[in-house]
Design a protein around this ligand. Structure first.
Ligand code: GTP
Ligand code: SPV
Ligand code: MN
Length: 585
């Protein structure tokens, strides 16, 4: 009996089974019973443990292998036929050699295990902007996470059978040996092969592998954008809602901004969440860019989540949540740094005892994550299900910069906005293995996620102005400026609403600005600072630029862009030269 009317899918599953030799094949239907069955199985074999079910109903803890806690950019590859198509921004491997290398690892790797076939849809099932995939995995943890993070199971399979096409993703946790770990992408074949990791971005193939690396490649040829962006709705006291998309690098504030709670001073304002990590944007008939969130859940950074910093995330993870790599209290509640619940951890994320917060810490791994369904967010927007997406009025780029970048500035036009995105830099975080806190170039927050040559990607961004005559305003923000003692100059979190308001007022032509060489900055009066707790000289520092520092920065941006060689669009070169000239004037 066949499991699907799609013969390509049936055939591929047969080939994969012949290679990996599982004991059993399970086609996932996405039901709640199926999810509970997987959870029970993982509770029985120790992959999950129960948290306090009174305080945290249906919440579970997963402790991963301590060597498998983040994305591995050094083992992530783009395997296009020619190296130049992957670009200097990616690690490239020739496709035939890549298949050979990773298939040798997959050979027989599922012996004694179950192979799960997981059809999923990225985006609302009924949306023409959505795309489907099938992930084959031997990890029940991955299946359970995919159930929360995507529209998974029968409804996705139905769409695949109707449409015919899907992205193929093959995954095995293998031996979890860091030396035998590869995340390979074959954009020309619309396929992904991931071996040796169970961690989110490496293993939940619908997310970064499909919705960003493969999708960005498809988007280029089809005229849309697949971006590492949150999408939020901002409703003013008059009840008018506008939509904003924002690209910040990993662990730089997307989830927090997407769920923002307006401060006391902003009664009547409301933020609602469409998405917290990925946006697919496409020009609509009216010339505006429309965005959908391809995901259905949050795979968010746990540490730092408190009722004060991110109340809505805190509420989202009080039930039906999978916690990965957090600590535990004596009451068997999940514990993490910055929870601010007055609790004390007794076991750290590795399962080792702790006698106090500082003994044998941190309690939670800095990249510990929660997996929670989007609808638990108190400010979840039903517009997340709108098949047509939401119209975007502003695109905001941002990074973690202790110096240099002001609180906000506006690009002068679309092409300048592309430069602002392409020139982004940010301090590295625990979301990927490697050193933390080092400033690196991270164009559009897509350095780890663009499935093709960045030079072509910048060209594609520039070309959107030919496809759409009502593009969003483009801005750059920085919540992370610090003084010499490391203190943040800007209070951030809820107060970021003031910055969003300024951006939308600029789009509407309602806010004043100072023109500088790098773009438009708020005047002291145009940014609402009523009831804001900030020292005058701190405010002054984040609302101004240092020309000498910026001349050095633009020199570095120019050198970085020129490293892409002859594929770099001439229009982007013109843009950075214009800014350099303005800084020199
Ligand atoms: P990924 O899921 O990795 O893509 O990350 P993300 O961009 O969604 O990051 P997230 O919102 O989880 O934020 C990561 C860290 O930034 C947390 O430690 C937050 O507390 C911190 N953060 C977020 N917003 C602000 C802010 O406005 N000010 C300051 N100082 N820190 C912030
Ligand atoms: C990120 O690292 O940007 C994340 C987490 O959002 S992961 O899914 O692992 O990519
Ligand atoms: Mn992310």
């Amino acid at each position: 009996m066949s499991n699907t009317s799609n013969t390509a899918l049936e055939q591929w599953i047969k080939e994969v089974a012949e290679l990996t030799k599982p004991d059993r094949i399970v086609w996932c239907n996405g039901s709640q019973d199926e999810y509970q069955g997987l959870v029970d199985e993982m509770l029985a074999n120790g992959t999950l443990s129960k948290l306090n079910q009174d305080d945290y109903p249906n919440c579970y803890l997963h402790r991963s292998d301590p060597r498998d806690v983040a994305r591995v950019e050094g083992a992530t590859m783009i395997c296009t036929k020619t190296e130049i198509d992957a670009g200097p921004n990616n690690i490239w491997m020739e496709p035939t050699a890549a298949h050979e290398k990773i298939d040798a690892m997959f050979d027989g790797c599922m012996q004694g295990r179950t192979m799960y076939v997981v059809p999923y849809c990225m985006g609302p099932i009924a949306s023409p902007l959505s795309r489907c995939g099938v992930e084959v995995t031997d990890s029940p943890y991955v299946v359970a996470n995919m159930k929360i993070m995507t529209r998974m199971g029968q409804s996705a399979l139905n769409r695949i059978e109707k449409e015919g096409n899907f992205v193929k993703g093959l995954h095995s946790t293998g031996e979890l040996d860091p030396d035998r770990r590869f995340i390979m992408h074959f954009p020309e074949e619309l396929s992904i092969k991931s071996y040796g990791s169970g961690y989110g971005g490496n293993a939940l193939l619908g997310k970064k592998c499909h919705a960003l690396r493969i999708a960005s490649y498809q988007a280029r040829s089809e005229g849309w954008l697949a971006e590492h962006m949150l999408i939020l709705g901002l409703t003013n006291p008059e009840g008018v809602t506008r939509y904003v998309a924002a690209a910040f690098p990993s662990a730089c504030g997307k989830t927090n901004l997407a769920m923002l709670v307006p401060p006391e001073s902003h009664k009547g304002w409301k933020v609602s969440t469409i998405g917290d990590d990925i946006a697919w944007l496409q020009p609509g008939k009216d010339g505006k860019l429309y965005a959908i969130n391809p995901e259905a859940g949050f795979f968010g950074v746990v540490p730092g989540t408190s009722p004060k910093t991110n109340y809505n995330a805190y509420k989202s993870i009080e039930q039906d949540t999978i916690f990965t790599n957090v600590g535990v209290t004596a009451d068997n509640n999940p514990y993490w740094e910055g929870k601010e619940s007055g609790e004390t951890p007794v076991i750290n994320w590795k399962g080792e005892p702790m006698t106090s917060e500082t003994d044998n810490g941190p309690a939670a791994h800095p990249n510990s994550r929660f997996t929670a369904h989007a609808t638990y967010n108190p400010v979840y927007s039903p517009e997340s299900e709108n098949p047509g997406g939401v119209p975007i009025d502003a695109i905001i780029f941002g990074g973690r910069r202790r110096e240099l970048a002001p609180l906000i500035y506006e690009a002068k036009d679309w092409a300048h906005g592309v430069l602002v995105g392409a020139g982004m830099a940010s301090e590295t975080t625990a979301a990927a293995t490697g050193q933390v806190g080092v400033v690196r170039r991270d164009p559009m927050a897509m350095k780890p996620f663009c499935g093709y040559n960045f030079a072509d990607y910048f060209g594609h961004w520039l070309s959107m102005s030919e496809k759409s005559d009502n593009l969003p305003g483009v801005f750059h923000v920085n919540w992370f400026r610090r003084d010499e003692d490391g203190r943040f100059l800007w209070p951030g979190f809820g107060e970021n609403l003031r910055v969003l308001r300024w951006a939308l007022d600029r789009v509407d032509g309602k806010a004043d600005a100072v023109e500088t060489a790098i773009g438009y900055l708020p005047t002291a009066e145009s940014l609402d600072t009523n009831d804001l707790d900030i020292a005058a000289d701190d405010l002054e520092a984040i609302l101004s630029i240092d020309k000498n520092q910026w001349a050095a920065e633009m020199q570095a941006v120019g050198e970085y862009l020129e490293s892409y060689g002859e594929r770099l669009p001439a229009a982007l070169r013109d843009e950075y030269k214009k800014v350099q000239a303005a800084l020199a004037a």
